[in-house]
Structures are given as structure tokens and as C-alpha cells.
Ligand binder design. Structure first.
Ligand SMILES: [Zn+2]
Length: 337
């Protein structure tokens, strides 16, 4: 893998990475402290891919970017790769003030709409039940209950109507052809965008240069097997041009797509061995997470780590490498075969 540019632009500034394609960075208030967005010259206006987390800070940076870097040209179209709040957060705010078209895959739009509406006790109860089965402590579960549903606080109102994009669809941005390539596992119907003429792949969160994309099982689909979906996607993405420059949502643009796909596959294969070893004796998902991630996870990390752990355990169950039983308290215990 090879990085293509000499570091990222400042927050709110842009850097042209290919003819008419500009890299814009927005801050995130977490350990992963930024997201990359892509602004593409599109005739008299712009097409934007992804938008940043909804916050006062993001609004300020977006106003600065619009004043200083969009050259008075309007946003014509906002395309969202997937429903996660750092990607869709500012979409409603931007669409409301620009009148831009709003493009997403159907399942991602449905998830985003659902999570902005499903904010009552029922949602919280299902989330708490999921982490109880995973072996979360009473203290951790109480914290979850108090936090409640949080998605709607991280996004501006998701537009009620959208323009559907689907795998294989081709369209033009600024006179050049772009193609939608859908991948799965990180989210249900994640859109990547390939521009063959420019040799670019906007990979969203599906292929990242340094970190492995989060693959998690949550209370909405506790028996789901998203790791299988993700590994299938990584195998399928070998059909994409190996010389494409990858524009990821986190980290920096890089060359070496196929090598990175191989590394990610290998990472999960190694993790599957670690997870199997961690349930030599019957153990809960939380116990297994603490063992495999080799540290005491704080409450903020535990939610993601347990979700990632259950994703690997569900895969291993389907492969017949481990089994799961339910103890007298309703907690799931996993054991290697
Ligand atoms: Zn994501």
C-alpha cells in the first residue's frame, strides 16, 4: 500500500486529489477524530459524497467551506455511502439549505429513517437485552439504559424522500462516468463509487487503510452473520481494478486495493482463530472480548467490542467451530467444539 498525497487538508479546507475531485475533512469528537468527504465538480455546481456528524462545530466548518471553497457554486446532489451518523449527519441540514438532490441505497435510507424515529423505551430495552445476553455487567447495562437511543442526536433530520441508488448503476458526475458498487457487512447496503476514467474508488468505510472496518452484531439482528457478508464483499471487490486509487472515509487515499483486501481477509481469519481459542472454556461474549482485545475495555469501547465479538462468534457457530448455549440467567455461553 502506498499513500498518494502529502497529508490531509485542514478541517474545512479542500485538496484536489484528481481532476475535479476534492478532499474535504470534517472533525469527529472521538478517538477516530476525522471523516473524509469528497466534493466533485458537477457542471455549474457540486456533487458531495458524505457529510460529517451533525453538530454546531460541523455547521461552522461547513459554512466556512461553502464560503471559501465552493466558489459560489451550489450543491446539486448529496450522495451518502451508508447510514452511520458521521456520514449522514449533516445531510438533512445541507439538503434543506441547498435544495440538493439526496441519493442513497434503499436499505441505508430505511435504517437512517428508522433510527431517527425509533427512540422510545422499546428501543432501549432491546439494546439492553442484547448486551445482557452478551454478559454485560449490571452497571454497564444501567449506563446503556440511561443513555437510551442516541442516533437521532447525531444527525440532522434525514430527508423523507430520497433518490435510490443501486449496485451496478452508472451515472455522470461532471461529464465523467461513475458506477455504484454495493458492499455489505459494515452496514446493510453500503455504496462505494467507482470512477474508471479517473482511476478512483470512493470506498466509504468498507476498505480503510489503517484500521479494520467495524463489523458488529446489534440487538436488531442478534443472530446476524455480517462478517460472512463482509468477507464475501472483500472477495468480490478483487474484481475492481487493482490500480484504482482508494479514497477512504478515514485515513488517507492510497494505492494497493487488492493488497489491502488480502490484509483485511487475513486479519479476520486470524481474529477467528483468536476468538475460537478464547472460548476453550464456556465464556460470555464480554469475557471473550476482554480476552481477545487484551485489555479492560471501558464502557464506551465495550459496546463496539462486544458487537464485533458477537459478529465473529456468530460466524464461527455457522461454521460449526463453536457452539452457543443459554445459561439459567439467559446469558449466552460460547464454547469451542
Ligand atoms: Zn460506518
Amino acid at each position: 500500500m502506498e499513500y498518494m498525497y502529502d497529508g490531509p487538508p485542514e478541517f474545512g479546507a479542500t485538496l484536489e486529489v484528481a481532476p475535479g475531485v476534492h478532499w474535504l475533512r470534517m472533525p469527529l469528537p472521538m478517538a477516530l477524530d476525522h471523516i473524509n468527504l469528497w466534493l466533485i465538480e458537477d457542471g455549474p455546481g457540486w456533487t458531495l459524497i458524505d457529510t460529517g456528524l451533525y453538530s454546531k462545530h460541523s455547521q461552522k466548518i461547513w459554512r466556512q467551506a461553502i464560503d471559501e471553497h465552493l466558489g459560489g457554486r451550489p450543491l446539486r446532489r448529496v450522495i451518502i455511502t451508508h447510514f452511520h451518523p458521521d456520514h449522514i449527519g449533516m445531510a438533512g441540514w445541507l439538503v434543506a439549505q441547498s435544495g440538493a438532490e439526496f441519493w442513497m441505497t434503499r436499505t441505508e435510507w430505511l435504517y437512517a429513517r428508522m433510527l431517527t424515529i425509533d427512540i422510545g423505551d422499546g428501543f432501549t430495552d432491546a439494546m439492553v437485552a442484547h448486551y445482557r445476553r452478551a454478559g454485560g455487567s449490571a452497571e454497564y447495562l444501567a449506563g446503556l439504559k440511561e443513555r437510551g437511543a442516541f442516533f437521532s442526536g447525531l444527525v440532522s433530520e434525514v430527508p423523507r424522500g430520497f433518490r435510490r441508488i443501486a449496485d451496478g448503476e452508472q451515472f455522470e458526475i461532471g461529464g465523467r462516468s461513475w458506477k455504484i458498487v454495493v458492499g455489505n457487512g459494515h452496514s446493510p447496503e453500503h455504496a462505494c463509487l467507482l470512477a474508471p476514467e479517473l482511476g478512483l474508488l470512493v470506498s466509504g468505510d468498507l476498505v480503510l487503510p489503517k484500521i479494520s472496518p467495524h463489523i458488529g452484531v446489534y440487538g436488531d439482528e442478534p443472530d446476524g452473520d455480517p462478517l460472512r457478508d463482509y468477507l464475501d464483499t472483500l472477495a468480490r471487490f478483487h474484481q475492481l481494478p487493482g490500480d484504482a486509487i482508494v479514497l477512504p472515509s478515514h485515513g488517507e487515499p492510497f494505492a494497493g486495493l487488492h493488497e489491502r483486501l488480502d490484509e483485511l481477509i487475513q486479519h479476520h481469519e486470524e481474529r477467528l482463530v483468536d476468538f475460537t481459542a478464547a472460548c476453550a472454556e464456556p465464556a460470555t461474549a464480554v469475557e471473550i472480548a476482554n480476552q481477545v482485545f487484551k485489555r479492560r475495555l471501558d464502557a464506551g469501547q465495550l459496546g463496539f467490542a462486544a458487537a464485533e465479538t458477537v459478529a465473529h462468534l456468530n460466524y464461527l457457530i455457522a461454521e460449526g467451530r463453536i457452539t452457543r448455549r443459554v445459561d439459567e440467567d439467559g446469558v449466552h455461553l460460547y464454547q469451542a467444539c
